[in-house]
Design a protein around this ligand. Structure first.
Ligand code: PEP
Length: 256
């Protein structure tokens, strides 16, 4: 599998109503109309997904989801199947975002089941979120936390030659704080992620099938200090993706 270009994901969380979501999708489509340097994926919540997909027709911008269930069909009230996401035109799905771990009690056993379900469905790529909280960072437990999260999420997952897995390193204490971590610290964490994955899957598979990205308060002002990082496969962007101009600046600086 040929290593693809960097990817930028926009996580719109539950920040927008329907009209606001459609306006943002239109604004981003317009702003990025001549942009083909890398992949851009926007992740609205479920209800506006189909309309956003329609709005982004004839553009290079892809659509992702913010969550999925681990079964494909059945009595699971309120959940959404990976097959439905594919039908709706989604190509990526964010898994185990720290906000879901915090508010929905999602754990890495559940995340593991979701990854398994996605890998069994053609056309969907998981974005697996990992990252330590402030207490773990402060007490020097970060390396173990990352190792443990990756092990729980990905042990025993089969990866076909043409499949990709995105691992998003998102230190919880940086998300939505307005201040990204030191780029050198992100670089160090990415090394831990890569070494752990190498141990589990071997270097060849990791080089060809994995992408490691950073997320946590990236904006147009701090993005340049991250773009040169050795192991940066892309970014997961929250707040800065809610304004087309700001998001464009982040993308332009990253996807040179
Ligand atoms: C996120 O929610 O994944 C995120 C990175 O948010 P923000 O950029 O706002 O910190």
């Amino acid at each position: 599998m040929k290593k693809s270009k960097k990817i930028i994901f926009a996580n719109w969380k539950m920040k927008l109503g329907l009209k606001e979501t459609f306006d943002l999708a239109k604004g981003i489509k317009e702003k990025f109309k001549d942009f083909d340097n890398g992949k851009i994926v926007v992740c609205p919540n479920f209800v506006p997904l189909l309309e956003v997909k329609k709005i982004l027709k004839d553009s290079n911008i892809m659509v992702g989801a913010q969550n999925v269930f681990w079964e494909t069909r059945g009595s699971y009230t309120g959940e959404i199947s990976p097959l439905t996401l594919v039908e709706a035109g989604c190509e990526y799905v964010i898994l185990g975002h720290s906000e879901r771990r915090k508010f929905m009690m999602e754990n890495y056993e559940m995340i593991h089941r979701k990854i398994k379900a996605i890998m069994a469905v053609e056309g969907l790529t998981p974005i697996v979120c990992i990252g330590e909280n402030w207490d773990e960072r402060k007490t020097d437990r970060r390396d173990f936390v990352l190792y443990d999260q990756i092990q729980q999420a990905l042990s025993g997952i089969d990866i076909a030659a043409n499949q990709e897995i995105v691992v998003a390193y998102e230190p919880i204490w940086a998300i939505g704080s307005g201040t990204a971590i030191e780029p050198s610290e992100a670089e160090y964490a990415h090394k831990i992620v890569r070494l752990t994955l190498n141990d589990m899957f071997g270097m060849k598979v990791v080089n060809e099938n994995f992408k490691i990205i950073y997320g946590g308060s990236i904006n147009s002002k701090n993005v340049k200090s991250f773009t040169g990082l050795e192991d940066l496969g892309g970014l997961l962007v929250g707040g800065a993706s809610l304004d087309p101009e700001e998001f464009y600046k982040v993308a332009k600086a990253t996807l040179i």
